[in-house]
Design a protein around this ligand. Structure first.
Ligand SMILES: Cc1cc2nc3c(=O)[nH]c(=O)nc-3n(C[C@H](O)[C@H](O)[C@H](O)COP(=O)(O)OP(=O)(O)OC[C@H]3O[C@@H](n4cnc5c(N)ncnc54)[C@H](O)[C@@H]3O)c2cc1C
Length: 320
């Protein structure tokens, strides 16, 4: 019987596996061979100390290299398909049809992004089309930028970007927010408004993004910022019965414990009550993964020291 199965080898799962490996725990870290997480290969991650601007795949190889020094950690290039509760843990079935039994389960399966329905957007997502200025604005400083949408949230994002560029245009596609706040911000921060419909986005020759507009000349931009929302990256939290917040995040306590005994969650997919709107980042996912690793280790220690004690001493609010 393993101590834990860590599902997902993004920043949260890699960090949790490292914590558990260092505690001499026996764990399986499982992730499908084709990375389906929020930071697919070929894109750079910014803002993580010592690795600012690292390629996603290099971050992952470095972390896997470190894990290879801990004999208790096995990494398997296979997704987790199903989990069945047992009296003393879980039976985990992987996509390669192998099964393992484990005392604890850590979900670190991330989120999947949903993008506005622009033709060509998937190919430039994370390259010329972005949503987070904290992750990407610095690299685009001095370049022409655009924000898609006419709502006041888009206007505020355009204001945010004015610190990085004198040339920021709001692409409203005809739906302008007529509120006093929006009009005031647009004029004070000298943000141009273009109401033309966006018909396609594509990689621009030499970098950035080309935005085609109906009835107008295409725009060559350093970056287009778009509204984006996210859904759970796997069906496992719901299948296991984990409590999920109104914002679609798995509810956890400070140790990553969900509402289901023995099931932990960390990274983008999980949030403590009241922290749902905290910005998602590699640093945040690494921190949450480490905490969940410590939480699982403590939980197991308590069980080992007092076998009759409840399996989980710490649970998320609303735990059964
Ligand atoms: C375009 C873009 C750019 C970004 N740039 C930055 C940046 O520059 N700096 C920054 O700090 N943050 C950035 N972020 C945010 C950052 O990528 C996330 O906060 C971070 O990746 C979250 O880590 P995670 O481990 O929670 O999830 P993820 O990185 O999404 O990893 C989840 C993992 O779970 C795996 N998985 C899913 N289902 C299963 C299953 N059933 N079985 C096994 N494995 C499974 C996936 O394959 C994936 O590897 C960016 C996000 C996007 C979308």
């Amino acid at each position: 019987m393993l101590d834990a199965v860590v599902v997902g080898a993004g920043p949260a799962g890699l960090s949790a596996a490292l914590s558990l490996g260092r505690m001499r725990r026996r764990c399986l870290l499982a992730d499908p061979p084709v990375e389906a997480g929020r930071t697919p290969a070929g894109r750079r991650m910014h803002g993580y100390p010592t690795r600012d601007g690292v390629l996603v795949e290099d971050f992952r190889s470095l972390a896997l290299g470190e894990l290879s020094g801990y004999p208790g950690i096995e990494v398997r290039g296979s997704g987790v398909g199903a989990v069945a509760p047992l009296d003393d843990g879980f039976q985990v079935t992987l996509a390669d049809r192998s099964t393992v039994r484990s005392r604890r389960l850590l979900l670190a399966t991330g989120l999947l992004d949903r993008l506005p329905p622009l033709v060509g957007v998937e190919a430039v997502w994370g390259r010329g089309v972005f949503s987070c200025p904290y992750c990407h604005a610095w690299e685009l400083r001095g370049l022409p930028l655009a924000v898609l949408g006419g709502a006041v949230g888009s206007v505020r994002l355009a204001v945010h970007l004015r610190r990085f560029s004198d040339d920021v245009v709001l692409l409203t596609e005809g739906s302008t927010d007529a509120s006093e706040e929006a009009e005031d911000l647009l004029s004070r921060f000298r943000i141009r408004v273009d109401p033309a419909e966006v018909t396609r986005v594509a990689p621009a020759p030499g970098g950035g993004v080309e935005v085609r507009l109906r009835g107008a000349c295409p725009l060559l931009l350093g970056g287009l910022f778009v509204p984006q929302w996210s859904v759970q990256g796997s069906a496992l939290p719901e299948a296991l019965g984990c409590a999920i917040s109104a914002q679609g995040r798995v509810r956890v306590n400070q140790f990553g414990h969900t509402s289901v005994a023995g099931v932990y969650a960390a990274g983008d997919m999980a949030k403590m009550a009241g922290a749902e709107h905290v910005a998602r980042s590699v640093a945040g996912a690494v921190a949450a993964g480490a905490q969940a690793g410590f939480g699982i280790d403590q939980d197991l220690l308590l069980t080992e020291a007092a076998p009759a004690a409840p399996a989980t001493a710490v649970r998320a609010e609303g735990a059964r």
